[in-house]
Design a protein around this ligand. Structure first.
Ligand code: ATP
Length: 293
């Protein structure tokens, strides 16, 4: 499965250019799409699902060009979890999924088998008889994910799949996506850096319709090397003093007080050390670096 985006631009009627001449080749496995609100992620995903036709540029799935009369073939290879999804409130989880499976043309027995499997994998087995409207936000999200997985697509596109999930469920869903990506392509869009760090080796970082970065997580981490510092302070008052003086990214309570993370090209003039760089550090460094340009 190969996905190629060539020089794609999306300009809406109100002249907002949500995607601006982007190029990307999405490889096998889980590929992260990270970006702040309004970066253009959802718009790009809607293009990839064939729902939205770009104003300019070309998209290919396994060499098949979008918009050339083969979009139905393309759609059959794709599973999509949109950001907002309201599935038949009056149906039970089981009935809803069976119905969606039928619409996708999955043979009945095979469909039931898959539903059983994915309900188990998403921790929803005991909730299968509940009506959709009775589910919590996190449960609805998981049913939404199952509908995207049900036809076992070669290309799975998931928009914020972990929204509303508690930490345990979040980990469960991340693991499911990694397992599912074996031999497939999964585009995982989020603004939760931790989700990307836990699932992807490659990612694209988007801002204002363009890619600020495309490449490996490792290379992004390397960029921030030597630029992140941690200082231990006694309390929040001291932390606030540092925040005024330096570009800080996070602070955390520790047994001794607080740790403050600072981004600086040179060593700050205080007692500090260089921590192991996280993807969040590297992402924030990238954002700051690009804002300076
Ligand atoms: N149908 C539309 N008509 C006009 N403008 C739109 C439309 N859809 C999105 N936009 C605008 O395009 C830009 C990109 O929006 P998009 O939803 O793709 O961002 P996003 O990265 O998915 O954001 P979020 O993380 O908040 O979901 C925003 O400025 C948004 O207001």
């Amino acid at each position: 499965m190969s996905v190629n985006i060539k020089n794609v631009t999306v300009t809406f009627k109100n002249q907002v250019r949500a995607v601006d001449h982007v190029n990307l080749e999405i490889p096998h496995g889980v590929y992260g799409l990270l970006g702040e609100n309004g970066a253009g992620k959802t718009t790009l995903m809607r293009v990839l699902t064939t729902v939205l036709t770009p104003s300019d540029g070309e998209v290919y799935l396994d060499g098949i060009r979008y918009g050339t009369g083969k979009d139905e073939v393309i759609r059959q290879k794709i599973g999509y979890l949109p950001q907002e999804l309201n599935l038949y409130p009056g149906l039970s989880v089981q009935d809803c999924l069976e119905y969606l499976g039928e619409l996708s043309g999955i043979p009945k027995e095979e469909c039931k088998k898959r539903i059983r499997y994915y309900l188990e994998k998403t921790g929803l087995t005991n909730h299968r008889k509940k009506k959709m409207r009775q589910l919590s936000g996190g449960m609805k999200r998981r049913v939404g994910l199952i509908q995207a997985l049900l036809n076992e697509p070669e290309f799975l596109i998931v928009d914020e799949p972990t929204t509303g999930l508690d930490p345990e469920e979040r980990v469960r869903i991340r693991n499911l996506l990694v397992d599912f990506s074996e031999g497939r392509t999964v585009l995982f869009s989020t603004h939760v850096v931790e989700d990307i760090a836990a699932t992807c080796s490659k990612l694209a970082v988007m801002r204002k319709g363009s890619f600020l970065y495309t490449g490996t997580v490792q290379a992004l981490l390397s960029r921030a090397k030597g630029k992140i510092w941690t200082a231990n302070v006694a309390d929040d008052t001291e932390a606030k003093r540092l925040e005024k003086q330096y570009r800080t990214t996070s602070k955390q309570y520790t047994e001794e007080g607080m740790t403050v993370k600072i981004i600086s090209d040179v060593k700050p003039d205080i007692d500090c050390t260089q921590p192991k760089i996280t993807l969040e550090d590297a992402y924030l460094y990238l954002m700051m670096e690009k804002k300076k340009q």
